[in-house]
Design a protein around this ligand. Sequence first.
Ligand code: AMP
Length: 421
Amino acid sequence: MAVNKAKGTYDVLPSESFKWQALEHKIREITAQFNYLEIRTPIFEYSEVFHRQNELSDMVTKETYNFKDKGDRNLTLRPEGTAGVIRSFVENKLYVNDPLSKMYYIGPNFRYERPQKGRFRQFVQFGVEAVGSNDPMLDAEVIELAYHFIQSLGLKGVSVRINTLGDQASRKMFQDALKAHFEPVKHELCADCQNRIDKNPLRILDCKVDHRHEKVVNAPTPVMYLTEASKNYFDAVKRYLDQNDVKYVLADRLVRGLDYYEHTVFEIEAEIEGFGAQNVLGGGGRYQNLVKELGGPDLPGIGFAFGMERLLDALTQENIVFYEEQRLDVFGIAIDETHRSYLSQTLSLLRKEGYRATMDFNGKNFKTQLKNGLKTNARYLIIIGEDEYATNSVSLKDTTTQEQVKLSKDELINYLKEMRR
Ligand code: AMP
């Protein structure tokens, strides 16, 4: 019986993986410029890392993959990157030696969502977390990193939308205002939102069911309830963004889907044809309590995450070539079975010099080897027949110019080096 991939998953095939590698390479380049180091955490964690008392987002309450292992432990496949990174930050006491930890990650997350274009059950995020500072200049720098990344990829129709939720006091006033706003129409909202009014009314603002309800459309916005200190904080963030030429738009309704955010929140949106509802490439924000919630000291953090699939889609949609062609240097052809081991030895020599080289392993005749060799798009074919074998040489055919030369093995290496120049 043929077995298919699980619903909501996809394969990256060998002919496509170089695009992922190229994007990952770009990420490593840009994060290095801002002095972020990679952190790799497990894809499953004890459930309490994600299922925390104050975390009531759909993503955590409804979409996580939870299971018990044979030791009766409750585990969860990570639905997002931040909580695991912070768990590790706390467990490894990274704050002891460094007043600010700048970390990035690239890895799969799992959410039980309805699969559709740009939405999978296993998807990969690239994200950063900077933990340990309350400086608004850091918020600006994190947004600058996201912006710089998008710019350097050459994506055009992309905008950075920013907002602030303010500090805890602001958030509390905003929440109270939302409660008062929604209470009179409670019975008109979906069952989830009815629950959210008391528990976390912010979640109503990005409810997928009620988003067209008049009261949702006209809901109060965080900016109306900012304390003086929160306002000053956000002003500073904007000032630093302006100063560093980071283009953004103010989005006063943006609240983001997670419960731990305070102060600065932002999203990166692509106005790219065919993207429709899945046009958010990434987003993030500042979190003041997460480190403490996970048992660490009272340290704030800020971070963002991009969805890699959507980034790759956007790049493809805009016809941006962000990778170098990975071309085979040599495909070797043996005219006769008896020349194969000589060919294999020749290719081994080339590989020791750093060339990419392969040959036929299916006992194909000369004609088929030639056809398959051309299909690989190799720069050169090496052909070994009786004559080459007898004189310890090779025939090298340039697949672009169709020129063919006969070379001794020593000459071969020099010739390829010369051509590479
Ligand atoms: P979030 O962690 O929900 O803020 O999502 C950050 C980014 O991750 C989004 O903007 C998407 O690009 C990506 N993302 C989130 N959920 C999915 C999903 N189910 N499938 C693919 N990409 C996703």
